[in-house]
Design a protein around this ligand. Structure first.
Ligand SMILES: NC(=O)c1ccc[n+]([C@@H]2O[C@H](COP(=O)([O-])OP(=O)(O)OC[C@H]3O[C@@H](n4cnc5c(N)ncnc54)[C@H](OP(=O)(O)O)[C@@H]3O)[C@@H](O)[C@H]2O)c1
Length: 222
């Protein structure tokens, strides 16, 4: 049995589904399970830890999760980080860089996955409005590939102490939009959250490039 913290969200569902494909039982956990997390994870051999989007204090969330895993005797943790966590211009990335350090010093067996931006973030079924340049490069990750990679590190030996960057393909948003036959339009930042504004500004200047070879090797694709 593998506990998946944040397991009811889109990331967690991809992880649980890939585990089910391998015949492995997953226990998705959410907010309702948090007050008694140690009991909920008891008996699990490993846990996949996903923090909610834009959690105001991800290191505190991860520290609580690690404490619960430790007290319940769960021996291994896989932490869902992000590509380029140490990017001080993006506060939510920086929270993951700090959390990675907590995971590495937790005393548990650990593996860290650093996913690129999800392909599923982009709705390519119609015209696309983008608050950053459509011409910068990203390492985009398909959520199904994230699930497969998570299932590999959760169920196969040899991944303890590893940190893997994950991307399915490298592309610009304009290339993806052109392939889908939809127009892409640069729009102003809607200003919904200061951390998202910081992310859009960073994307605008640098994109978020991630190589694809680690994922290829993990899921044996060439
Ligand atoms: N989007 C991307 O391109 C991308 C790329 C790399 C990394 N990430 C990372 O992926 C994670 C987000 O995953 P997601 O999009 O799957 O998230 P999500 O769909 O928003 O789901 C997060 C889950 O966390 C649980 N949750 C929410 N608030 C909580 C709280 N205060 N305490 C405990 N659990 C709580 C919820 O479970 P319940 O509803 O069951 O309570 C929810 O199912 C973030 O850490 C993000 O930084 C995203």
């Amino acid at each position: 049995m593998i506990a998946v913290l944040g397991g009811h969200g889109k990331t967690g569902r991809a992880v649980c589904s890939a585990l089910a494909d391998r015949g492995v039982d997953a226990r998705p956990l959410g907010r309702a399970d948090w007050p008694d997390l140690a009991s909920e994870v008891a008996g699990c051999e490993a846990a996949y830890v996903i923090a909610p989007n834009l959690h105001p204090d991800e290191p505190a969330y991860v520290a609580s999760a690690l404490a619960a895993l430790g007290s319940a005797g769960v021996e291994r943790v896989v932490y869902h980080s992000v590509a380029s966590p140490y990017a001080p211009a993006m506060p939510h990335h920086l929270g993951k860089a700090v959390s990675e350090d907590l995971v590495r010093r937790s005393g548990l067996g650990w593996t860290i996955l650093q996913p690129g931006a999800y392909l599923q973030n982009l709705d390519l079924t119609g015209p696309l409005d983008l608050p950053y340049s459509p011409d910068v490069r990203f390492g985009f990750l398909d959520l199904a590939d994230l699930g497969r990679a998570a299932a590999v590190v959760l169920t196969e030996p040899g991944h303890g102490g590893a940190t893997y960057e994950l991307a399915t393909r490298v592309a610009t948003v304009r290339e993806l939009a052109d392939e889908a036959g939809v127009p892409v339009r640069r729009v102003a930042d809607p200003g919904t959250h200061p951390w998202l504004s910081a992310m859009f500004a960073y994307y605008d200047d640098h994109g978020l490039p991630v190589g694809t070879r680690v994922l290829d090797a993990m899921v044996q694709r060439r």
